[in-house]
Design a binder for this molecule. Structure first.
Ligand SMILES: CC(C)(COP(=O)(O)OP(=O)(O)OC[C@H]1O[C@@H](n2cnc3c(N)ncnc32)[C@H](O)[C@@H]1OP(=O)(O)O)[C@@H](O)C(=O)NCCC(=O)NCCS
Length: 333
């Protein structure tokens, strides 16, 4: 069986920088509160009404294809991870498919929130291993800013999330011990409502109503922050150790850990518990906030451009998020 290698990476974030001080003007918060609890200094927001989720994905995809030296028509499958889709249906995968000169290939949307990118990477890896597809575009793209509750009900959530997209191109290799070595996926649905957007869903409804869209309404994200924090710290560690064990490796073998950029305090605690040095953990949440499914490919692209990933580097990707879902991937570059 062949391994999958990442032959191209790209990302795109909107130009509009929204600092914590900008948020102070529209909601009851402070730069000090946000930085102390999350490490975030600024994030990117689209200009409302001007950009869609898939517009961000188009730019990230073009950059990843360019990096891989490929054209859209070379791609055999699109896998699109998002929790902030443009439409309830169809998925964003087909909106991306129509936007670049792809063939009439399959487009799969993956709904695993902050774990969406690693779940998608895992699905893509299986298609490459079986030989069904040879070139797969995996995209994580999020447009949070227009769907956040900027009233006091939602301020603990609204300060965290940012907009952005990242993409990778996967192709097969015959080289052993190269590319994606393994992926590990988990969920625990009993916590589904701990971090969720309930509406406009179809769960036991009479009708969709305008009440849902009022401040504190069910169309905005809800989060039990402390529960998310506690579970995340444990699951991150578990799933990283699981990946290492599956490959008979240890923490010392990791050259770079790229945790999903949930919250800098979570990443720092995981780093401390695992005993990893600062140069082995990549964080950029300070500049982008939490971009859920996009956070890992954005960080991957930045880490590589900063020369933190080189030939033969062992890169560990790990995530935790809504669902709850959590996952890891170990990649030999
Ligand atoms: C969200 C999080 C930063 C909130 O921090 P916390 O210490 O748990 O804060 P709480 O929600 O208990 O609120 C503490 C106080 O701050 C206030 N507060 C909440 N959001 C605020 C904001 N944006 N600005 C200022 N004050 C805020 C609360 O109203 C509360 O005030 P009170 O003590 O007067 O009642 C924290 O729980 C967290 O990081 N959780 C993990 C979230 C995460 O990573 N999510 C993404 C997962 S993929």
């Amino acid at each position: 069986m062949k391994n999958s290698i990442i032959t191209g990476i790209g990302h795109y974030v909107p130009d509009r920088v929204v600092t914590n001080f900008d948020l102070e003007k529209i909601l009851d918060t402070t730069d000090a509160w946000i930085q102390e609890r999350t490490g975030i200094r600024e994030r990117r927001h689209v200009t409302p009404g001007e950009q869609s989720n898939y517009d961000l994905a188009i730019e990230a995809s073009k950059n990843a294809l360019n990096d891989a030296g490929m054209e859209a028509h070379d791609i055999d499958l699109i896998i699109y991870a998002t929790l902030s889709p443009d439409y309830v249906f169809p998925g964003d995968g087909v909106l991306l498919q129509r936007s670049l000169p792809f063939r009439n290939i399959a487009a799969i949307d993956i709904r695993a929130q902050c774990s969406g990118f690693i779940y998608s990477l895992s699905v893509a890896d299986q298609f490459i291993k079986t030989g069904m597809y040879r070139s797969i575009l995996v995209v994580g793209s999020e447009l949070h800013s227009v769907g956040l509750d900027y009233s006091n009900h939602g301020r603990h959530v609204s300060v965290i999330f940012g907009d952005g997209a990242g993409a990778v191109v996967l192709t097969p290799t015959d080289e052993l011990n190269k590319g994606i070595l393994s992926t590990h996926l988990h969920s625990e649905g009993q916590y589904a409502e701990e971090l969720a957007v309930i509406d406009p869903g179809f769960y036991k409804k009479d009708r969709i109503t305008s009440e849902m869209y009022k401040p504190g309404g069910s169309a905005f994200p809800v989060m039990n922050g402390q529960s998310v924090f506690k579970h995340a710290v444990v699951r991150f560690q578990e799933v990283i150790q699981e990946a290492l064990k599956a490959n008979h490796l240890t923490l010392d073998d990791i050259d770079l850990l790229i945790p999903h950029q949930a919250n800098l305090r979570i990443s720092q605690l995981v780093q401390k518990k695992l005993g990893l040095s600062d140069d082995k953990v990549y964080n950029n949440i300070m500049r982008y906030g939490n971009t859920t499914a996009a956070s890992i490919p954005i960080a991957l692209n930045e880490a590589r451009s900063e020369n933190k990933i080189k030939e033969d580097s062992l890169v560990c990707l790990a995530t935790f998020g809504s669902g709850f879902t959590w996952a890891s991937a170990l990649i030999k570059w």
